[in-house]
Design a protein around this ligand. Structure first.
Ligand code: ADP
Ligand code: ADP
Length: 239
């Protein structure tokens, strides 16, 4: 069944640039979908519209049969908890440890205070440690985030998303800042998360070869419009 439906979404930024024009698709539970397209195509805008980091100009986003576009602040917060997001630049808090980033990464300054006061829920902490170990970071748990390599930082980003037990993982160019080795590691982890945890993955990529290798389905975007939506093997090289 459809986990996510994007219905006729358009997005025009305040400066007048149109980033998305009438985009529609739906994602089934468990699918691993790559969104590919050149820089400026609208990929990042699309992901941000899905979890409402930005507002659509028209159209709607329906997640688990809930119209996300219409939700109030409090309900939106609950929905967002089940939509994990990972970023090209990891968005970690550098001065915090790995485990602090995973548990309280989004809180920034408050999390330091929480840490100083020992306000960690032991159960949450145990879960975070397990997820970090699953991602091969068992020896990095108490290191500061800025001591890690790029690939390790991205794995922390993945752990921060997973600790929320998301149904959907939105990945915005997760490997664009990584070397080929680290890129492969990250993509392999995303695939494992999809197949073993059953989490639906929607990932923005600009490398077609990577998308072909890992995806069940590819959505090609150019100039804010969908120009391909189908299985990798039917994709022609001229898109
Ligand atoms: P992609 O992720 O495919 O590179 P983006 O979604 O980042 O594409 O950008 C799509 C279009 O929207 C581009 O023309 C870009 O310049 C524009 N854009 C993106 N973010 C903003 C913003 N905050 N304000 C104005 N225009 C933006
Ligand atoms: P860019 O790299 O395009 O400059 P970022 O990906 O760094 O933008 O951040 C985009 C938005 O995501 C910002 O508004 C930021 O506040 C928000 N953000 C950063 N970290 C998180 C997070 N862990 N969860 C949800 N939103 C976040």
């Amino acid at each position: 069944k459809a986990l996510l439906e994007v219905r006729r979404v358009s997005k025009k930024y305040g400066n007048g640039s149109t980033a998305l024009s009438d985009v529609s698709f739906s994602i089934q539970e468990g699918e691993f979908v790559s969104i590919i397209g050149p820089s400026g195509a609208g990929k990042s805008t699309l992901l941000r519209c899905i979890n409402r980091m930005i507002e659509v100009s028209s159209g709607e986003v329906v997640f688990q049969n809930v119209n996300v576009t219409k939700l109030g602040k409090k309900q939106l917060k609950q929905v967002r908890r089940t939509i994990g997001m990972i970023f090209q630049h990891y968005n970690l808090v550098n001065r915090l440890s790995v485990i602090e980033n995973v548990l309280h990464g989004r809180l920034g300054y408050k999390s330091t205070l929480a840490g100083m006061l020992g306000l960690y829920n032991e159960e949450e902490k145990k879960k975070a440690v397990e997820i970090l170990a699953m991602l091969g970071l068992q020896d990095q748990i108490y290191k500061r985030a800025d001591q890690l390599s790029g690939g390790q930082k991205q794995r922390v980003g993945i752990a921060r998303a997973l600790v929320q037990e998301p149904k959907l993982l939105l990945c915005d160019e997760p490997i664009a800042s990584l070397d080929p080795n680290a890129s492969k590691t990250i993509m392999d982890y995303l695939k494992t998360i999809s197949t073993t945890l059953g989490i639906t993955v929607l990932v923005n990529l600009h490398q077609v070869d990577v998308a072909l290798k890992y995806s069940d389905r590819i959505i090609g975007v150019n100039k804010g419009r969908i120009i391909y939506d189908g299985v990798p093997r039917e994709m022609t090289s001229d898109m």
